[in-house]
Design a protein around this ligand. Structure first.
Ligand code: URA
Length: 250
């Protein structure tokens, strides 16, 4: 039989989205919380998270063992769980996600926007970003410069990158030229690895430095176009399914 998922009541209330641990303690103290119909007196009591019926002000709370978030990461935020000085993507989410040990699956640069997966399933996060698995990522970029067929061919053949950050052979990648005004261009790049500043370095190596970068897709999972930068939502069951498949197939 699977081990019971028991935890302190105040922790569980936080994981159910009902504020911080301190607020959860206050709710219990004020007699606003019941567990299986009985008013809770001790916020440290052990509760079976999956089976107990926990109510706040008479309203039953829904427990989810796993949560997956889709975020449109805004520019100016770090993709780390915590930072003393700078704003991170976790600061954009209510405390429940930190309480569930949610973590970003992969990184975007501070100035990159777009699709970021944040999940409480650490194993899934690692499977998605593992260098051994070649999950495809699609980016939209605005670059200084004009790209042409020779750049598309060079991307497809696999670029050799040598710059101030080091040297590596990039795997064959897709480059699609969306538009150009003769000075700048808009492109789509499809890569199956995640080296440091990969897309920026690939485009810079063709004389087209990136001025704006946004991730559109990870595997089959696409950024919801309704999400503005800084907005997020939990994934639908279908999206969560796609994510699981991606992690398994990869
Ligand atoms: N490639 C980059 O250069 N930056 C990102 O943030 C993601 C991919």
């Amino acid at each position: 039989m699977a081990a019971k998922n028991t935890m302190r009541l105040d922790k569980l209330l936080t994981m159910l989205g009902e504020g911080t641990r301190a607020q959860a303690k206050d709710y219990v103290r004020a007699g606003r919380v019941t567990v299986n119909g009985v008013p809770a007196r001790d916020s440290g009591m052990q509760v079976d998270a999956e089976n107990a019926r926990v109510c706040l002000n008479g309203r039953a709370l829904e427990y989810k063992a796993v949560r997956h978030v889709m975020m449109n990461k805004p520019q100016g935020t770090l993709t780390t769980a915590r930072d003393k000085r700078q704003k991170t993507v976790m600061d954009l989410l209510p405390p429940l996600y930190a309480a569930m040990d949610c973590m970003p699956a992969g990184r975007l640069d501070k100035d990159t926007e777009g699709l970021l997966i944040i999940t409480s399933d650490g194993q899934l996060a690692h499977r998605i970003i593992s260098p051994k698995k070649d999950v495809t990522k699609v980016y939209f970029a605005r670059v200084d410069g004009v790209l042409d067929e020779s750049d598309i061919a060079a991307f497809a053949a696999g670029l050799h990158i040598k710059d101030s950050d080091g040297e590596f052979d990039a795997r064959p990648a897709g480059l699609e030229i969306v538009s150009t005004d003769g000075q700048t261009s808009e492109v789509r790049v499809r890569v199956s690895e995640g080296k440091y500043h990969q897309v920026k370095r690939m485009l810079a190596s063709r004389g087209a430095p990136v001025v704006y970068l946004k991730r559109l897709q990870i595997g089959a999972l696409k950024l919801d176009p309704a999400l503005e930068p800084g907005q997020w939502r939990e994934m639908t069951d279908e999206e969560a399914e796609l994510l699981e498949q991606e992690a398994n197939d990869a």
